[in-house]
Design a protein around this ligand. Structure first.
Ligand code: 5GP
Ligand code: MN
Length: 379
């Protein structure tokens, strides 16, 4: 055990046994704790000098990867193979069909279906890059394997409250639009802008496009547009990428959306809130697969006055929820407090084991508890 880690553990013990309680009021205590956790994970630029030595690398992301998770992992893959590393992308689960066009996607392993092969790669890896998630539980059945891995875990992520003690090196920045932007920073920061070929650029563009709502959300900074200018100059066809991702659904999805908006959406005007609750029978009836429900939670946010939009889907093994908000209502806190989840200020999610009706009741209760904040909305 390193000296730094022993010191950290001793400090943590002191804090939580209350020995230094008088010195730290609760809030300060947690902040200090987080500071120490963060100090434990070394800055990612510390690994730049090691990039020139070929390594065995696994790159992974959160379960049910979205455009940013798949874009950042494959973008990093296409970069690292140019430096002579042996790289495999492993997804904890399957992924949506609208990602099937992505360069390199056929090399991605699905941990649930190719567990033996993936476990072997994890056992043999020198480095495991963890992208677009920051708590190991977001990798579902892969969590235990990742936790026990002897390889160095390296984090690149833009969510709140990283499990920093789980990563040897990392970049964690909630101000970033997307993990793809952070991979771009990683590549350019290490001095390899010339290695951004069309494949890298297409992957990174996908994630920054999807995570910013096509360059609409507040995190779309000038730096994001500068990055996009660079990616465009590498030869990407941005209209085609948009088409691949957004114009590639089957008819059943639109029939399903019609049904959802007509029959499954409740609007609570008093709370400036809308909720969509989808029973599993709807998913079966309309033949809904991974990715078909992506973006559905944004529809109610288009209703004038709606500040909080939620969707709860009965996926059989769990009830999966997504939350979106406008302005100040913090759905990261909301998801953490009531739905075992997390995410960002304006986009978060969670999951529950209780039946759908129960989770709906929990949501209504949570909404009522937040009435003051939800109702006082300036239009
Ligand atoms: P989505 O609603 O698109 O699935 O997720 C929105 C955001 O919330 C993403 O940044 C995602 O990583 C985060 N998120 C979604 N579900 C969960 C969850 O169950 N736990 C945590 N910690 N974050 C989640
Ligand atoms: Mn992301």
């Amino acid at each position: 055990m390193s000296r730094k880690y022993s010191l950290f553990l001793a400090f943590e013990k002191l804090l939580f046994e209350g020995a230094v309680k008088k010195l730290w009021p609760v809030k300060g205590k947690l902040e200090t704790y987080r500071y120490f956790c963060a100090a434990f994970m070394q800055a990612i630029n510390q690994i730049y000098p090691q990039l020139t030595t070929p390594k065995k690398i696994v790159v992974t992301m959160h379960q049910k990867p979205d455009g940013d998770a798949m874009g950042s992992t494959l973008g990093l893959y296409h970069f690292l193979i140019q430096l002579g590393h042996t790289v495999t992308v492993v997804s904890p689960t399957n992924w949506a069909d609208f990602l099937a066009w992505m360069p390199g996607i056929k090399t991605v392993l699905d941990y649930e279906r190719q567990t033996v092969a993936a476990d072997k790669l994890i056992d043999e890896a020198d480095w495991i890059f963890c992208l677009d998630f920051n708590t190991l539980s977001r990798t579902k059945r892969m969590e235990e394997k990742l936790n026990k891995a002897t390889a160095l875990r390296i984090l690149i992520d833009h969510h709140q409250e990283p499990q920093a003690d789980k990563f040897a090196y990392g970049a964690s920045d909630t101000a970033k639009s997307s993990t793809c932007e952070m991979v771009y920073d990683f590549i350019t920061g290490a001095g390899y802008e010339d290695k951004i070929n069309v494949a890298v650029a297409e992957c990174l563009y996908t994630g920054v496009m999807t995570d910013t709502g096509s360059f609409r959300f507040p995190a779309t900074t000038a730096a994001v547009h500068t990055m996009v200018a660079c990616l465009k100059s590498k030869g990407i066809d941005h209209s085609k990428i948009h088409e691949h991702v957004y114009d590639n659904f089957l008819e059943n999805r639109f029939r399903f959306i019609g049904n959802v908006l007509l029959n499954r959406m409740e609007v609570y005007y008093e709370y400036n809130t809308a909720l969509i609750a989808i029973p599993q029978s709807d998913l079966i009836k309309f033949g809904i697969t991974t990715g078909d429900t992506e973006g559905l939670v944004n529809y109610p946010l288009g209703i004038k006055g709606i500040k909080l939009a939620a969707i709860i889907i009965d996926r059989g093994e769990e009830r999966k929820s997504s939350f979106r908000s406008k302005d100040g209502f913090d759905v990261n806190v909301f998801a953490r407090k009531y739905f075992n989840g997390g995410g960002h200020v304006n986009a978060s999610g969670g999951q529950n084991k209780e039946p759908l009706e129960e989770v709906v009741k929990m949501f209504i209760q949570a909404m009522k508890e937040n009435k003051e904040q939800l109702s006082n909305y300036e239009f």
